[in-house]
Each structure stands twice: as structure tokens, then as C-alpha cells.
Design a binder for this molecule. Structure first.
Ligand SMILES: [Fe+2]
Length: 347
């Protein structure tokens, strides 16, 4: 995994008028915050590629060279390192040093554990009621996040460093929401950090509600108490605003909208369809799954596997929700091989 610490930036002029180089040229994409190989070493920078490069640089891209090719670059382009500003050394911040170490740890972890298959690991975790491996994998992965990109990413990193350690109810929701998002092809770190902070903070509004209410199954509450319970989204949003915590707008939406449903039957604003962020629906569906499983909705504990089967078969049960949008819903119901249950039942 290559990061910004593996590269140094150069200007277009540093290529001089040459069109072939003994080093590789990379371009940093400021939107995706990624470095992509643009030209391999000893390959010609053709007129077409040169035009394309100019286009990328006009759009905000940055030319970069691998640090391990620093000497090759300086010799070939006849520069002293003092002439390249990005090569002037600076002391790394402690958090940056920690991140470099975490990236190395992640590489060692991957090498030791092999490819992590979320679907089968999730099935095993549900079967054994043990999410330690899911939580550990999410933690190792999240600890490689950038420490300089945004407040929400830094907060996600901090929350995971301090809290994502033990197998508990909230960590199950956070780690599963995170890995479910990655499996659903959400790779952008900003979006993943929104999911992490959104999952951790979506129930901060509970702190303003009576404990007795929170200990009672939702369906057993009176109409009046149910309305009060539904206020936890607005209360959470209010607390975040008052705290002056710097969170992205999308993350604040997750906290406010995690109970909105695409049919308009959710709360607090009865939003519908595409007006609800996909990330809010993801935190919504994963929270609902664990809440339903723990008995927080109808008072009966139920295995996650059988809840997903009920959702897939549209078996309506009191309090069980389905309206998370086709994409998110389909990703969830295919997460578990429900055929196994049907075979077991048939046998
Ligand atoms: Fe909630």
C-alpha cells in the first residue's frame, strides 16, 4: 500500500524538455487522494501522453516520484536535492510516525491472516456470536487512515484507536457498518470516516432520554414515549452542534437521518427515496439488524441469520423494517448464505 510518505512532489518544469526518464512518474489525484502510476521508467512521454499530463495537472493533479527513486531522479535530471522543495526533510509529527508504523503492522497482519473475506467472517461471527475478528480487522484497517486529511477522518481514527477494541454491541455496529460499506464498494476514506463517526455518534441523543425508556423494548413503549424516543436523532444532532465538534455535513446527516426510510415512513423528517444519503441507510440497516437481534425492538432476542432470512423473504414481523433502498437492502440480504438455513430446516 503506497501512501504520501512514499513520494515526493516535483514540478512539471523539473522534467525539463526530456521525454524519456529512468524513473517512474506518478500523478496524485486530489479528489481521490491517491497516487497513480502515469509513466513507467524508460518509456517515452509521447505527445498524446504529454497533452494528457498537462490536462491532469490543470485539473489539480500533482507530479510525484517514488522516494526510493530519489537518487535516480536527481542524477538523471541533474538536480541537487536542495533544489526540490519537497525533498527538504521535515520532522514527522508523532501521529504521522504512528501511522507509518500502523501501515507496516497492517501489511504484516494481512500477510499472516491472508485475504479477509468479510462475508464468510460475518457468517461465522453470527454463528458463534463472536465478532472479535471482524472488530480486529476493522481496527487494523482504520488505523492506517491519514492523520492530516480532515477532522472527521482524524476523529474516526481516534475513536477506533481508543474504543474499537472489545467485542461489544456498539463496536459490532461500527465494525460491521464499516466493512459492509467497503464490501458495497465504498472505498473513499472520507465516506468511510463518516460511516465510523456516524455509527459511533448516532445514539448520542440517548444520553438525554430516561434510562427506563432505553431499557424497554421499543414496541412496548406508549405512543407518547415512542415519540420521545424518536427524538434521539434530533437530540443527537443538537448535541453535536452544541459541542462544536467538527464533523462533515454528511456525517451529521447520518446522525440525524439513520432512522429515515425510503418509503417515507421513517423519522424525524419522513424523508423518502434518494433524498436519504446511502451512508445513512447503511448505518440505519446495520443498527436495525443488531437492535432487532438483541431484542431492543420487540423484546425477543433473535439470531442475526434468521433476521436476514426474514428480511430476504419479506416475512413481516412486528418492528422488522425493510425500507432501506434496493441497493443497501440487497447487499445485506446477500451477506449471508441463507440457503444453508433452508437446507437445515428442510433436513
Ligand atoms: Fe437510532
Amino acid at each position: 500500500m503506497k501512501t504520501e510518505y512514499d513520494f515526493f512532489a516535483i514540478d512539471r518544469d523539473n522534467l525539463k524538455k526530456k521525454n524519456i526518464f529512468p524513473f517512474q512518474l506518478y500523478v496524485f489525484n486530489p479528489i481521490h487522494k491517491k497516487y497513480s502510476l502515469f509513466l513507467n521508467g524508460n518509456r517515452p512521454l509521447t505527445k498524446e501522453l504529454d497533452t494528457f499530463l498537462s490536462y491532469l495537472l490543470e485539473k489539480g493533479g500533482k507530479l510525484a516520484i517514488l522516494k526510493k527513486q530519489r537518487r535516480t531522479f536527481l542524477t538523471a535530471q541533474e538536480y541537487h536535492e536542495s533544489e526540490i522543495p519537497s525533498l527538504k526533510s521535515r520532522e514527522l509529527h508523532e501521529l504521522e510516525k504512528e501511522r507509518i508504523m500502523n501501515i507496516k503492522l497492517k501489511e504484516m497482519y494481512d500477510e499472516k491472516m491472508g485475504k479477509f473475506a468479510f462475508q464468510s467472517e460475518f457468517e461465522l461471527a453470527c454463528e458463534t456470536d463472536n465478532f472479535e475478528k471482524i472488530i480486529e480487522f476493522a481496527r487494523v484497517d482504520i488505523l492506517t487512515f491519514s492523520v492530516t486529511q480532515s477532522h472527521t477522518i482524524s476523529l474516526a481514527l481516534h475513536l477506533c484507536k481508543t474504543h474499537l477494541k472489545t467485542d461489544n454491541f456498539l463496536n459490532r455496529i461500527v465494525a460491521t457498518s464499516y466493512l459492509f460499506s467497503k464490501t458495497s464498494n465504498i472505498q473513499d476514506t472520507e465516506a468511510l470516516a463518516d460511516i465510523i463517526c456516524g455509527a459511533y455518534l448516532s445514539h448520542i441523543g440517548y444520553t438525554q432520554l430516561p434510562l427506563k425508556m432505553l431499557r424497554s423494548p421499543l414496541l412496548s413503549l406508549s405512543q407518547k414515549d415512542r415519540k420521545l424516543f424518536e427524538k434521539h436523532t434530533i437530540l443527537g444532532n443538537h448535541l453535536i452542534k452544541k459541542s462544536m465538534l467538527e464533523l462533515s455535513e454528511r456525517c451529521k446527516k447520518i446522525i440525524l437521518d439513520h432512522h429515515e426510510r425510503v418509503d417515507g415512513g421513517g423519522f424525524p423528517s419522513m424523508k423518502n427515496g434518494d433524498s436519504i444519503e446511502q451512508l445513512s441507510l447503511i448505518v440505519g440497516i446495520i443498527s436495525h439488524l443488531f437492535e432487532y437481534s438483541s431484542g431492543k425492538i420487540n423484546g425477543n432476542k433473535q439470531p442475526i441469520r434468521s433476521i436476514i432470512l426474514s428480511m430476504k423473504n419479506k416475512t413481516f414481523s412486528p418492528g422488522l423494517e425493510f425500507n432501506f433502498g434496493e441497493k443497501v437492502f440487497n447487499s445485506l440480504v446477500t451477506l449471508i448464505n441463507t440457503d444453508k438455513i433452508e437446507v437445515k430446516k428442510a433436513a
